[in-house]
Design a protein around this ligand. Structure first.
Ligand code: MG
Length: 401
């Protein structure tokens, strides 16, 4: 092992497990770990179905265990890791096993609802979690945070906006907070007319101006649904009331989150838009670890601008804020319906505007049926999620898609 750099405290190396090692956050996490030699040790890596890529990460980080969600990928992963000491597992139970292994921090970076059960398994095993997966909080926030409190588990926000707010808070209590703003770049359609947005193609929606992310979250950034989901996350992670949460459109993506306090002071979290910055903050917290992220040059950028979100052109944010205010199962319903509709848009079955339109219709449907009560536990939340997906697919089928 390489010697620990002099600036790194003696509490390191820190032992990490990465759930979602082959995705976009996983790759940035790998870059942070490899960029700070001797600071981290990798216990386990887990991925979805890309056995070759998972094997590559497991080797690069010297993991003890590699788990792949897709059971049929077991043999390929085993072959790809032949001749190493890395143990191999496949299927949902293997992911939970990886999550529960002895470690200092579990990175919850599996995208979508598939990330909930393994990340929850980490919390149940008493592991501190750095959360990049939105669904743990959006789909099952009440149960997830209740379990974290019960187990004394620390949940560190890895999403750039929440991480910026976490840093801007500087450990102050939620009681003194007057307001929290999450910023949104506004996505590729910020300056487009309603007519142009209505005709937007998946390729246009995938062309994000500032951030390189996975396809689902990139579409959510174009519709601003992503910011709505992030407000729901913020509610759970910081324990603030919905009415204190707001969105600012900030096209330069330099200020990621702001907090104002009861004395009128405002603090903000800033950095270049590079996920390595919030990832490194979570990995090293409460210490700091060096990254090779580009440094912020405010004089070069010159001006930072802010504007109110336009709910008329971006109705997804309005629908999400309604779900945030309604609480109960509404965020769970919103999120599941959105995931199905985004997939349908990417498959060119529905238009860009149809995403928000259909999500709102599904939310109203469940509300009318009185099915929006708070799920009692994580299983109940996942059952609601499953049910909403079925109903969303049925709605698409009925519309002829
Ligand atoms: Mg974000």
């Amino acid at each position: 092992m390489t010697a620990v750099p002099a600036s790194v405290p003696a509490s390191l190396p820190r032992r990490l497990t990465i759930l979602g090692a082959t995705g976009s956050i996983g790759r940035s996490t790998e870059a942070v770990i490899l960029g700070a030699p001797g600071v981290f040790e990798t216990v386990a890596v887990a991925g979805g179905r890309d056995a070759q890529n998972l094997a590559r990460v497991a080797r690069a980080l010297g993991a003890e265990f590699a788990a792949i969600a897709e059971p049929s990928a077991y043999a390929e992963l085993k072959d790809a890791l032949a001749g190493t000491n890395i143990a191999v597992g496949a299927g949902p139970e293997a992911l939970k096993e990886a999550a529960a292994m002895e470690s200092d921090l579990v990175i919850g970076a599996i995208a979508g609802a598939a990330g909930v059960a393994p990340t929850y398994a980490a919390v149940e095993a008493g592991r501190d979690v750095a959360l990049a997966n939105k669904e743990c909080l959006v789909c099952a926030g009440d149960s997830f945070m209740r379990k974290a409190r019960e187990k004394g588990v620390r949940v560190l926000p890895m999403d750039s906006e929440h991480n910026a707010i976490f840093q801007a808070l500087g450990g102050e209590s939620a009681r003194t907070i007057e307001k929290m703003w999450l910023t949104a770049s506004g996505g590729p359609f910020r300056t487009w007319s309603a007519e142009q947005i209505a005709a937007a193609t998946p390729d246009q929606a995938l062309a994000h101006p500032n951030w390189a992310m996975g396809p689902k979250v990139t579409i959510d950034s174009a519709s601003l649904m992503n910011k709505g989901l992030e407000l729901i996350e913020a509610l759970h992670i910081f324990g603030v009331e919905a009415r204190k949460l707001d969105v600012l459109v900030h096209p330069q993506s330099i200020v990621h989150g702001l907090v104002s306090f009861e004395d009128g002071a405002v603090t903000a979290g800033m950095a270049v838009p590079d996920m390595k910055v919030p990832i490194a903050h979570c990995l090293g917290w409460p210490d700091r670890v060096p990254t090779r992220a580009r440094r912020l040059d405010l004089a070069e950028i010159g001006a930072l601008t802010f504007e109110k979100p336009d709910f008329a052109r971006f109705p997804a944010l309005r629908v999400a804020m309604q779900a945030l205010a309604a609480g109960g199962a509404m965020p769970t319903i919103l999120n599941a319906a959105n995931e199905i509709m985004v997939a349908a848009f990417l498959d060119k079955h529905i238009s860009f505007n149809d995403i928000a339109k259909n999500v709102e219709a599904i939310c109203e449907l469940f509300e009318k049926e009185g099915a929006a009560r708070t799920p009692a536990n994580i299983e109940a939340a996942l059952a609601v999620d499953h049910n909403v997906r079925e109903r969303s697919r049925a709605r698409l089928a009925a519309l002829g898609h």
